[in-house]
Design a protein around this ligand. Structure first.
Ligand code: URA
Length: 429
């Protein structure tokens, strides 16, 4: 086949800060997907994009080319509005678990295609897989049936959805080109648009435990993604939310499932409940449903939908969640107020305890992680538990403690409290 462009010319054009044309973008994405553009060429182009950026038109065209590399899902058989959520990820971010059944209990359909964790942030599928029997891999037919019957489904994206992104994301991961706003926005939104929901809420996290720690970058990413969604006819909004301290008290797969169940039963930590309800209200407003989600959380209907959703995917609602073999609790060395806690350090510690993976091929431990007994602002007395570490391999305690020593949890006077980001920082629509 005679190729209409040369990869080297496209790389040089971007290196010279030129705007790439639609034919160039369509070709480079298609040629890369079929192997006619080599990994090293795409890596050079990704680096040129990271350094020189892309304008809005190029980002739209790049996103469309990635969508067109695979299949588009079609939910036209679902008679109620479909609405989806994406979070850029953070420590203890289990919100999808209570949110999907809650929004479904309010009358929308939630097709939640999710991923696995890599690094210090956990993945929704890893969390759900700590439920005995639960299956992440569904056929398109199974997914539609569950969505129709239950209203919510959390499952893995099939290989046919934006395959160009799968290849490009793996390449960016090993070439220092992840942190480019045009590439992140097009990567996330190509999958979300191809998924075909009519509405979308984005939870863009900022703070030390987030992928975008700088709030200005988080805002730019959120606005770029909202623009892409709207351009594609998906009613999209974004919230910028705090990830400077862990969300909730549980960090780790089964621990986070347990905390999500508590929220679905009307309890749970205040920040997890508040963020779940805020995102649910946004999702319902996007699709024009006026039901109050708080009522569905407190009257048990959201929990009933959760149980139906888990059972539909083979999960055993009655089986106890796995718990790690070893536990070690750290207690307060003095009386005072917890003045600081760093989400990144806690996330890395949980990962080292076995809750996360360093390479895609690694297994995660379902029961490992950290349970916080105190959060910043809480009073603590000497000898009281501060946090508990859980692992299947005792040698990991030391690794986790080393991670926490980088940014220790401190106790002092209330006046010494670190400034904390508000949970909901900004709304972008
Ligand atoms: N998540 C994605 O799906 N893509 C990115 O580029 C970054 C985070």
């Amino acid at each position: 086949m005679v190729e209409p462009f040369s990869a080297v010319d496209v790389i040089i054009a971007k290196r010279q800060k030129q705007e790439l044309s639609k034919p160039q973008i369509d070709w480079v994405i298609d040629a890369y997907t079929r192997g006619a553009v080599a990994d090293e060429q795409m890596a050079a182009l990704a680096m040129a994009i990271l350094l020189n950026g892309m304008n809005q038109l190029e980002i739209v065209q790049w996103t469309n080319a990635m969508i067109n590399s695979g299949e588009r899902m079609d939910f036209s058989d679902i008679t109620i509005p479909t609405v989806d959520k994406h979070s850029t990820g953070g420590v203890g971010d289990k919100i999808t678990l209570p949110l999907a059944p809650l929004v479904a209990a309010c009358g929308a359909a939630v097709p939640q295609l999710s991923g696995r964790g890599l690094g210090h942030t956990g993945g929704t599928l890893d969390k759900m897989e700590s439920i005995k029997g639960w299956r992440a891999d569904l056929t398109n037919e199974e997914m539609h049936t569950i969505l129709r019957d239950v209203g919510a489904v959390i499952c893995a994206a099939g290989p046919g959805l934006a395959p160009a992104d799968k290849k490009l994301y793996a390449l960016r991961d090993v070439t220092g080109t992840v942190e480019a706003i045009p590439l992140i926005a097009s990567s996330i939104m190509s999958k979300k648009i191809a998924e075909g929901a009519s509405g979308l809420i984005l939870d863009v996290k900022t703070g030390n435990g987030a992928f975008m720690s700088d709030p200005a970058m988080a805002r730019e990413l959120a606005q770029t993604m909202v623009n892409l969604g709207k351009d594609a006819g998906v009613n999209t909004r974004a919230l910028i939310t705090a990830m400077d301290v862990p969300l909730g008290l549980a960090i780790g797969n089964a621990l986070e499932v347990q905390e999500s169940i508590e929220v679905l039963q009307g309890g749970g930590p205040a920040d997890v409940r508040e963020l779940t309800l805020t995102l649910a209200r946004e999702m319902l407003e996007i699709v024009g449903i006026s039901t109050d989600p708080e009522e569905k959380l407190d009257n048990g209907q959201a929990f009933d939908t959760w149980k139906a959703m888990v059972a539909a995917q083979g999960g055993d609602n009655d089986a106890p969640l796995p718990r790690a073999k070893h536990e070690h609790t750290i207690t307060a060395s003095k009386d005072g107020t917890v003045t600081s806690m760093n989400a990144l350090a806690v996330g890395i510690a949980a990962w080292r305890l076995g809750a996360g993976r360093a390479r895609k091929e690694d297994q995660v431990s379902a029961g490992a992680g950290i349970l916080l007994h105190k959060k910043p602002g809480d009073h603590v007395s000497i000898g009281e538990p501060l946090f508990t570490m859980l692992t299947d391999e005792e040698v990991r305690f030391e690794l986790a403690e080393q991670a926490l020593a980088q940014a220790p949890i401190t106790i002092g006077e209330r006046s010494e409290m670190m400034t904390q980001l508000p949970l909901i920082i900004e709304r972008i629509s």
